[in-house]
Design a protein around this ligand. Structure first.
Ligand SMILES: [Fe+2]
Length: 303
């Protein structure tokens, strides 16, 4: 499998990949030394504060049978970083009723983490999801191809550069899920976007980096990857976008052509188990059929 071959290669330029790998390993060693200390525990607990963002998105061309369809969007869980992430996420979503749950990648943090405990944590999260149409997921740049089979075993449908069609009455809702396009970008991702059928299409992609191509056929794009900056200055001002392309789409609600997108701040923390001025979030998206309109937490969004 091409993804497995790519995972074995250093990311980016060879020297840059080696430096990044060294930094990553050092951060993980420090992480385990500091884990029992009080400041570390305090910071990790604060990082697990999860907001609920509520989006109401109206589209004139939404198929009638999907009016009021609710999608619970989870992303960037990094479940093996802060121990209580799965428990806190499960508690946050357990009372939320949706039709479908989607996960846009980075379920894992440490690329060397053993799979079994990770999948156990993921199962704890998905067992708290109330969504009759199930759970769909794509992979992020921290995830590995070896995760796909165990994820499918616990009932998650993983989309790797393919489109799934949900049907209600005689109406269809198409959902295209891509493999990661940040580190593991291939032409197959573009081909999957281009192959989406006519009709109302939603793209699930780990990062916003292919928004331009997706906008040609998709009406909604749900994504994450950036963590909203994770460690920010007051006002959620971030130091870096974490994106190679479409750096202006790094957080919140946006529009690209006819397509509306949402870049979630995500749930967990990447490498460093802290968040600053940038709380994590889970997102509930309600689709409405009507004149094109967007509201976030009850307020109209001017995008
Ligand atoms: Fe992430």
């Amino acid at each position: 499998m091409r993804r497995e071959l790519m995972e074995a290669e250093p990311s980016g330029k060879r020297w840059r990949g080696q430096v990044r790998s060294q930094l990553y390993d050092t951060a993980w060693r420090m992480h385990h030394v500091l884990r029992p200390t009080r400041p570390f525990k305090h910071g990790a607990k604060r990082a697990l504060r999860l907001d609920l963002s509520e989006l109401t998105l109206s589209f004139a061309d939404l198929p009638a049978a999907f009016d009021r369809y609710r999608i619970l969007h989870l992303t960037d869980l990094h479940l093996d970083n802060i121990d209580d992430t799965a428990a806190e996420t499960a508690a946050r979503i357990s009372g939320l009723k949706s039709d479908l749950c989607v996960i846009t990648g980075d379920i894992r943090d440490n690329i060397h983490a053993p799979l079994h405990p990770l999948i156990e944590r993921l199962e704890r999260v998905v067992s708290s999801v109330h969504a009759p149409d199930g759970v769909l997921s794509v992979l992020g740049n921290h995830d590995g191809a070896a995760m796909v089979a165990p994820m499918e075993k616990i009932g998650i449908h993983v989309l790797l550069n393919e489109t799934l069609t949900l049907t209600r009455d005689t109406d269809d809702l198409h959902i295209t899920g891509l493999d990661d396009v940040h580190r593991f970008h291939t032409e197959e991702a573009y081909a999957a976007l281009d192959a989406a059928p006519e009709g109302f299409c939603i793209a699930l992609v780990h990062s916003p980096e292919v928004a331009g191509r997706a906008a040609e056929k998709h009406r909604l794009y749900l994504t994450g990857h950036t963590h909203g900056g994770q460690i920010c200055l007051p006002g959620q001002r971030s130091f870096t976008s974490g994106l190679k392309r479409h750096r202006d789409l790094g957080k919140g609600i946006w529009r690209h052509g006819r397509m509306v997108g949402y870049t979630s701040r995500g749930i967990g923390a990447c490498i460093v188990p802290f968040r600053s001025f940038c709380p994590g979030e889970v997102t509930m998206v309600t689709l409405r059929r009507g004149a094109d309109h967007v509201s976030v937490d009850g307020q109209p969004a001017d995008i």
